[in-house]
Design a protein around this ligand. Sequence first.
Ligand code: EPZ
Length: 427
Amino acid sequence: MEKFVINGGKPLTGEVSISGAKNAAVAILPATILAADKCVIENLPAISDVTVSLQILSALGARVRMLNKNTYEIDTTHVCCTEVPDDLSRQMRASYYFLGALLGRFGSAQVAMPGGCNLGPRPIDQHLKAFCALGARDSVEYGMINVSGEELAGAHVFFDTVSVGATMNAMLSAVLAGGQTVLENVAKEPHIVDLANFLNMMGADVRGAGTDVIKVRGREALHGCTYSIIPDQIEAGSYMVAAAITGGNVLIKNVIPKHLEPITAKLELAGATVEEYDDAVRVYRTGDLAATKIKTMPHPGFPTDMQPLMTVLLSVAQGTSIITEGIWENRFRYVDELVRMGANIQVDGQVAVIEGVQELQPAPLRASDLRAGAALVMAALAARGTSEIDEVSHIERGYESLVEKLQGLGADIRREEKASAVLPQAL
Ligand code: EPZ
C-alpha cells in the first residue's frame, strides 16, 4: 500500500509535459489485434491501465516488446485465444474493448464483467446492441460476457445514449465486417477520433469520427502500422487546475489546445488566465478565484472526468458555485473527503452546491477513484500543511509520473510505503 505525502500551500511554477491519452491507449492496444500483424504504438502513457492492457495482449498470444518507456511493438499475428483472463479484465473498465476487437477478428470473445472506477451503474447494453446489430449473439455466464458471430455484416445502429465505450467497441467490431455500418448518436471525444485514425492507418475505412455519425466500410483484412497516441486531455486539465488553485504559473506542453477548450473556458470564468500556443498552454492566476456553474456533458461539453478537479478549485472560489453531473449517477462520493478539509459543499443527487471557503485545511485523505484521487492531490497542494492520501493505486491507473511531474513544478510531494498495521499479539 502506498500513500502520497503532500506539504501544500506553494504556488506551482515551471513546465510540465503531458503524456499520451489513457482513454485512447486502452482502446488502441486491443485494436492492434485486428491487424494480425506488427504495430508500433508510440506515446503510450506509462500507467497501470496500459500495463494491464499489454498483459492481456500477451496472455492472448501477442508478442509484446518494449522499445522504450512509452513505445511498444505489438505483434498480434499469432493471437489465437479469445478469452481474456478474469483477473486481468477485472482490473480495469476498458477491458471491454477486447470484446469488440476479438469479435471483429475471430467472431468470438469472452471477457469478465469489467472493473474500474465505481461511479454508479455502468451498463454495457449499448455495446451489446451494436454487436448484435452486426449479427453477433451475447450471453453472460459465471460473470463472463460471451459474444459470438462468425459472419458479421454491416448494419445501421442508432445508440440510445451517447457512449464513448459503445462507440469505440462498435467501430472495433465493424472494421472487418462485410458491407457498411452506420453508427448514429455516437460520442465525439478526442479519443474516438484517435481510435478512428489508428484504424484507418491499419487500412480500415472509418469516416465521420468527431461528428454524430460514423460510417465504417468493412475491409477484408487490415495491416500493421506505426502510430503515436494523442496527448491526454484530462491529464492536461489536471495540471491546469493545479496551476490555478495554487496561484501558480505553469506552461503545460505537448497538448492539443483545441481539446482543452471546454476546460479553458471554465477556468477563465473562475479567474485563471489561459494563454494558448500551438502545442502548449500557459495557466496562471494572480487575483481571487470566482464562483461559476458547470454541467458535465459528452464532448464538446465539459468533461465529466474533470468534474472532481473543478469541485476542488471552486471550493476555494468566492461565492456559490453549482456543479451538475450529467454523465454518472454517483460521482460526488469524494466530496466527504473535501468536507473533512473544511470545504462547504452540499450534494443532492447529481448536483453539488459549493459555498467557497477562504482555504482548505490539510487532512488524512483516501482516493476513492482515479479522478477523485487526482482532485484530492490538487486539494492537498492548495492546503497549507501536510496531507496524506491513501490508496493512490487508483491515481496511478491514469497519471504517468504524477509525483515526479509535480516535484518538477516545485511541489513538496513524495510517495511512501504505508506501514501495514501490526496486529496485537494474542495474550
Ligand atoms: C469513458 O467511460 C471513460 N473511460 C470514462 O473515464 C469517462 O468518464 C466516460 O467515458 C465519459 O466520458 C474510458 O474511456 C476507459 P460511457 P465509458 O459509455 O465508455 C451510460 C476516467 O476517469 N451507458 O461514455 O464507460 C453510462 O451509464 C474514466 O478516465 C449506458 O447506459 O462511459 C453513462 O451514464 C472514468 N449504456 C453514460 O452512458 C452503455 O452501454 C456514458 O458512459 C454504455 C454507457
